[in-house]
Design a protein around this ligand. Structure first.
Ligand code: ATP
Ligand code: MG
Length: 331
């Protein structure tokens, strides 16, 4: 991790006493057949003004549903409890109409599936204009002008021409830039980016990460960046939350997590990155996560943990220090 990132983390910690988002005890259950899928189990998270918080974890750990829950896009088969406080308002208590004004407005999301997030039958100009009409109340001419500004901002060459393109006429990197432009259309205060670079090749990936970093710095947009790639976390984020089986098992600044991870799962993730052949980003921790329909009473990672003891099977009380938490009784 660069010293610049470390310095930035310190600077942010000092100035961002105010949280723009506070999630407390967030629980999300899906009904499937006769079973309950415990997708989120008491998630506590804060996002400070202007910060980039990364959420990392293996596939199925609950990263996407955390992002979707903030916008209440978790679907009708789920029940949600807890609180999601955005600038003093609990989003869980809002009715659907009020919620719609937040979605894509004050809080925007770049979804995990870049190919399906754009409608193939409309030009990108039309799709950008729709967002601008909805959230910014702009007429056609003003929407086109603003679309061109947004496309310039996200580094799309010849925006006037590109407005007339259909999604299939653009490269993957360009499509992702369009999605970022759409997310930025209403100047959101929070941008949730769900694996926005996973489908892109490495060069384009770096360009998109640089763009997001630049947006964070110039617009002061706070970001929740969801990824399974710890290399990206080190490059981009100020703080990290590590998820496992629907829980946050550890959080701290990027510097703290990379230099002194406390939870054996975080340590295993970091080790798997160091051990992985170059270019390989998949986690390779022996065993697999527990089934979310029948979770153990104690630590969910115990079955895969090299340090597990008898007492790990009892309820785990998270250990907390200022801006630092780990859910392990041993650490
Ligand atoms: N609509 C749904 N109905 C039932 N279960 C769901 C639904 N959406 C998500 N889940 C379950 O919730 C859990 C968390 O899913 P989520 O998509 O958040 O994982 P993730 O951490 O984003 O994984 P990935 O890295 O693969 O994107 C998974 O077990 C998933 O199967
Ligand atoms: Mg996901």
């Amino acid at each position: 991790m660069s010293t610049a990132t470390t310095a930035l983390s310190g600077e942010l910690a000092a100035k961002s006493a105010e949280n723009i988002l506070e999630i407390r005890g967030l629980t999300l259950n899906f009904k499937a057949g006769g079973n309950t899928i415990h997708a989120l189990r008491g998630v506590d998270l804060t996002l400070a003004n202007g910060e980039i918080l990364a959420i990392v974890g293996e596939s199925g750990s609950g990263k996407s549903v955390t992002g979707l829950s903030i916008l209440r896009l978790h679907g009708k088969t789920a029940t949600m409890a807890g609180s999601i406080n955005f600038r003093g308002r609990d989003l869980i208590g809002l009715d659907e109409e009020e919620m719609r004004s937040y979605r894509g407005g004050k809080i925007a999301m770049i979804f995990q599936e870049p190919m399906t997030a754009l409608n193939p039958v409309f030009t990108v100009g039309f799709q950008l204009a729709e967002v601008l009409k909805l959230h910014c109340n702009l007429d056609r001419a003003a929407a086109e002008k603003r679309s061109i500004e947004l496309m310039n901002k996200v580094g799309i060459p010849e925006p006037e021409l590109r407005l007339k393109s259909f999604p299939f006429q653009l490269s993957g990197g360009m499509r992702q830039r369009i999605l970022i432009a759409m997310a930025l259309a209403a100047a959101p205060e929070i941008l949730i980016a769900d694996e926005p670079t996973t489908a892109l090749d490495v060069t384009i990936q770096s360009q998109i990460l640089r763009l997001l970093r630049q947006i964070n710095e110039t617009e002061k947009t706070a970001m929740i960046f969801i990824t399974h790639d710890l290399g990206i976390v080190a490059k981009l984020a100020h703080r990290v939350a590590v998820m496992y089986a629907g829980e946050i098992v550890e959080y701290g600044s990027v510097a703290e997590i990379f230099s002194s991870a406390k939870h054996p799962y975080t340590q295993a993730l970091l080790a798997s990155v160091h051990d992985a052949p170059r270019g390989q980003k998949l986690f390779a921790i022996a065993g697999s996560p527990p089934v979310l329909t029948s979770l153990p009473a104690g630590c969910a990672f115990a079955a895969r943990c090299n340090y597990a003891e008898q007492r790990c099977n009892a309820t785990v009380t998270p250990q907390k220090m200022a801006n630092r938490m780990w859910r392990c009784i041993r650490a």
